[in-house]
Design a protein around this ligand. Structure first.
Ligand SMILES: [Zn+2]
Length: 460
């Protein structure tokens, strides 16, 4: 008998023991959502940070797929819209069902609550967490644990405001306590028994409901309240955490030199374009006392996994990739994508140490912002050609130049860039891939997560 074949039984029993240990270790889900993070935003960040040959940490994950983004019409749920928002897409990731723009885990037109994976995880005894760089009452975190007709129903005072641009079926009135509803998103979040809530939005939780201060409500539900980065870094992990680190969304990590953003291309009297001068990205001084997304993610993972034999569900959102694209701010976008990727890196390290963890990194919908040719290309044509919209030339970290254009809403009246209808990437780690199709939709991401936890959603 060769040395190898004598050793084989030992290795087989080792593999069996590891497989058993893996099965016995709790099943966890970490879902990362880069808001508005389509392939263009990812490529922009990769080029700026690492050059054309580089790769982000999320791009080094072993499996990848592509997800269709699907949105129903509120006025006719039999038909699709082809551009989504964060509310309906986060709802689909949370519930496995489609709905219409603006809705938070409720059905298009009929306004029925749709059960979420976070709620199913709680019922099964798993711990749960929501982390975001936005206000915690913003659409993406809200969709995993609350149910409202519209994303604007964030706080008690929002419940009586008419939403002029929303359908009659999507006003907050139906969710008011006085009409038998569950109240605002902030109130629902505080009473949802989530173990870790970290993000912004203090002002939405500083209000009263039915005469009770919402932060007192949080304390009565066992939360330790955090408002500073240092408190988060020093906190005892064996507590329910509510961290509110900003009045609304958290400040972004990066800005352009001299606060530069993309700008319209000026023309002289001959109609010749004058392209904006290049600029680079610098740290935003307003972010210094704010926890990074990686710090919040690491704190959440520590709390959720400490002495936990049942597993957890954690959603982490990089919210301002989207919000900075709306503002035509390429450095804001790239800095937030970099911060998101660092949080993914922490998630990957956790997954390697806890192998029964399924890690999924995806986006909710596409965004404006394209990499386009440099000024020299347009000037070379010699007949006054230039891109429409807003334009910026970035000097990248590798010393190259990259031009970015935003052109979904025309200057001067288009105040905000708009979402786009492209597929979004899905990166996965912690599954063998046998059940991962190369093209999926966002409902299947929900299915993959439920299957990993061995859960089903209750039919409401
Ligand atoms: Zn957006």
């Amino acid at each position: 008998m060769s040395r190898l074949s004598r050793a084989a039984p030992f290795f087989l029993s080792l593999v069996a023991a590891l497989a058993l240990a893996d099965k016995q270790s709790p099943a966890n889900i970490i879902l990362f959502i880069g808001d508005g993070m389509d392939e263009h935003q990812i490529t922009m960040a990769r080029n700026y940070l690492y050059g054309a040959d580089g790769s982000l940490f999320m791009e080094q994950m072993p499996l990848r797929s592509s997800a269709r983004v699907q949105t129903l019409r509120e006025d006719n749920p039999q038909q699709f819209r082809y551009v989504a928002d964060s509310a309906n897409t986060a709802s689909t990731l949370a519930t496995g069902q489609l709905t219409s723009i603006g809705r938070i885990a409720t059905s298009a037109a009929t306004d029925q609550d749709q059960s979420t994976i976070l709620e199913a995880a709680q019922k099964a005894g798993l711990r749960t967490g929501l982390v975001s760089t936005a206000s915690l009452t913003d659409a993406t975190p809200a969709a995993f644990a609350t149910h409202t007709a519209h994303r604007n129903c964030q706080s008690p005072t929002d419940m009586t405001k008419a939403i002029g641009y929303a359908a009659a079926t999507q006003q907050c009135l139906a969710d008011q306590h006085s009409r038998g509803g569950k109240g605002s998103i902030a109130e629902q979040l505080l009473t949802a028994n989530i173990d870790v809530l970290l993000g912004g939005g203090k002002r939405y939780f500083a209000q009263s409901s039915k005469g009770t201060d919402l932060q007192k409500t949080a304390a009565s539900h066992g939360y330790t309240l955090l408002s500073r980065r240092r408190e988060l870094l020093e906190t005892n992990p064996n507590r329910k955490l509510l961290g509110l680190f900003s009045p609304s969304h958290l400040p972004v990590e990066w800005i352009g030199t001299d606060n530069r953003r993309a700008e319209p291309i000026a023309l002289n009297w001959l109609g010749e374009p004058h392209f904006p001068e290049p600029f680079s990205c610098v740290e935003n001084p307003d972010h210094r006392e704010t926890p990074t997304l990686k710090e919040m993610t690491s704190a959440a993972l520590t709390q959720l996994s400490a002495d936990n034999s049942k597993g957890f569900f954690l959603m982490v959102e990089g919210a301002s990739i989207d919000k900075q694209a709306h503002r035509r701010n390429p450095c804001g976008e790239i800095g937030e994508l970099h911060a998101f990727d660092q949080a993914v890196r922490a998630g990957r390290q956790f997954t390697k140490a806890h192998p029964n963890t399924l890690l999924i990194v995806t986006a909710d919908h596409g965004q404006a912002g394209q990499i386009v040719p440099l000024p020299e290309y347009f000037l070379g044509w010699g007949d006054n050609q230039y891109p429409p919209g807003y334009y910026a030339v970035l000097k990248t970290r590798t010393g190259e130049s990259m031009a970015v254009s935003y052109a979904t809403n025309a200057p001067p009246n288009g105040q905000s860039e708009l979402h786009t209808g492209v597929n979004v990437p899905v990166y996965l780690e912690g599954t063998d891939g046998a059940n991962v199709p190369q093209l999926m939709d966002q409902r299947q991401i929900n299915r993959l997560m439920l299957d990993h936890l061995g859960l089903q959603l209750s039919a409401d």
